[in-house]
Design a protein around this ligand. Structure first.
Ligand code: PMP
Length: 362
């Protein structure tokens, strides 16, 4: 596909070309059936194999034991903001949230509808430019759960280690913008979740991986479609699931396995972000507002000397075949999202462009 260009958007984000081509090849006629996968019954043999493959791949890539359920839920990561407190807040209990950015704050806001919420750590007063030093805080005994956002898509920060595991306080992480970008020990978490549309698929589905015993907490008055147990008991097929989105997850996780798994993908992601930060730090022209120890390997944010230059940068980058570099509207600046599907070549093209832009405008 020679017409494909590099898309640095924060999500929906670019998917691997190889996967897009495979989907195209199978689009109208899935494995000789004469219909595309999205036209086939979710109860039929083809989709049954697809959803099983997606789950098996995820289990293999993240080394997930039977103690955990792997489920697909609609409503994006945002619906998880509500489902988590609805299902997991203990009766008359409280929960704890680390406020490390826009999305973390949104998750916390929803939880307040269901019980007491404690802000356990925050970097709000420094414009979310860092992850609060992990050794300075830990979940409180008796807390229903502790919620973190492993990668903050808007601020460009990421946890490079996680709070200490507490036996009876499940750690829950919103991994929407760094799921499957690095090796992870799932046993450190009670639950992780992610909207698929950045690293593992198109929009329309959220991946939830949770310890099965936690689903027993749900109060009786939580509606069927909002209960985790409904998805666990019915293999994410209580109702019609987003079949095409799950099919894309199957293809992308096939691709991740083919590449060599998360260790290999992590090495590539490390390299991509290192070269980009190296350039940003080397010049006086570009500037990264994020504290070095908290920088995201997925969303690299940086500033130019003026907003006019930033607008010019985004415009000229587009002409040069690099889309989606405008920072989030809340914070401005530039944001290069370099998820799994962004190849090193795309980052190299961006670096060449940055060097040239500085030479002309610096
Ligand atoms: N959490 C994080 C960290 C995100 O980056 C986003 C989306 N950008 C969301 C949650 C919300 O995801 P969704 O649009 O799937 O609800």
């Amino acid at each position: 596909m020679s017409t494909r260009i590099y898309n640095f958007s924060a999500g929906p984000a670019m998917l691997p070309t190889q996967v897009m081509e495979k989907a195209q090849e199978e689009f109208c006629n899935y494995h000789g059936v004469g219909n595309g996968i999205m036209e086939l019954s979710h109860r039929g043999p083809q989709f049954t194999e697809v959803i099983k493959r997606a789950e098996d791949n995820i289990r293999e890539l993240l080394n997930i034991s039977d103690e955990y359920a792997v489920i697909f839920v609609q409503g994006g990561a945002s619906m998880q903001f509500s489902m988590i407190p609805m299902n997991l807040m203990l009766p008359n209990g409280f929960s704890e949230y680390a406020d490390t950015g826009t999305w973390a704050a949104k998750a916390m806001k929803e939880a307040k509808l269901f019980g007491e919420v404690k802000n356990i750590a925050t970097s709000k007063e420094t414009n979310y430019d860092r992850i609060p030093v992990i050794r300075h805080w830990k979940p409180t005994q008796g807390s229903s759960y502790c919620h973190i956002t492993s990668n903050n898509t808007v601020a460009g920060t990421q946890y490079h280690s996680f709070p200490e595991k507490m036996a009876d306080v499940p750690l829950i992480a919103d991994m929407s913008s760094d799921i499957m970008s690095r090796v992870l020990d799932i046993n450190e978490f009670g639950m992780i979740y992610a909207g698929a549309q950045k690293n593992i698929g198109p929009s329309g589905v959220a991946l939830v991986i949770m310890r099965k015993d936690l689903a027993k907490r749900t109060p009786a008055n939580v509606p069927t479609m909002l209960r985790y147990s409904t998805y666990i008991d019915k293999g994410s097929m209580f109702n019609t699931p987003p079949t095409f989105a799950i099919y894309m997850i199957a293809l992308i996780t096939d691709w991740l396995k083919e590449k060599g798994g998360l260790k290999v993908i992590e090495e590539i992601n490390d390299m991509k972000s290192e070269v980009l930060y190296e350039l940003i730090d080397k010049t006086g022209f570009f500037h990264c507002p994020v504290e070095p120890g908290s920088r995201s390997k997925m969303n690299v944010v940086f500033r130019l000397p003026t907003e006019e230059l930033e607008a010019k940068f985004v415009k000229e980058a587009e002409i040069g075949g690099m889309l989606g570099l405008k920072g989030h509207r809340l914070v401005g600046g530039i944001r290069a999202s370099i998820y799994n599907a962004m190849p090193m070549k795309g980052v190299e093209q961006l670096i060449d462009f940055m060097n040239e832009f500085e030479r002309v405008n610096g």
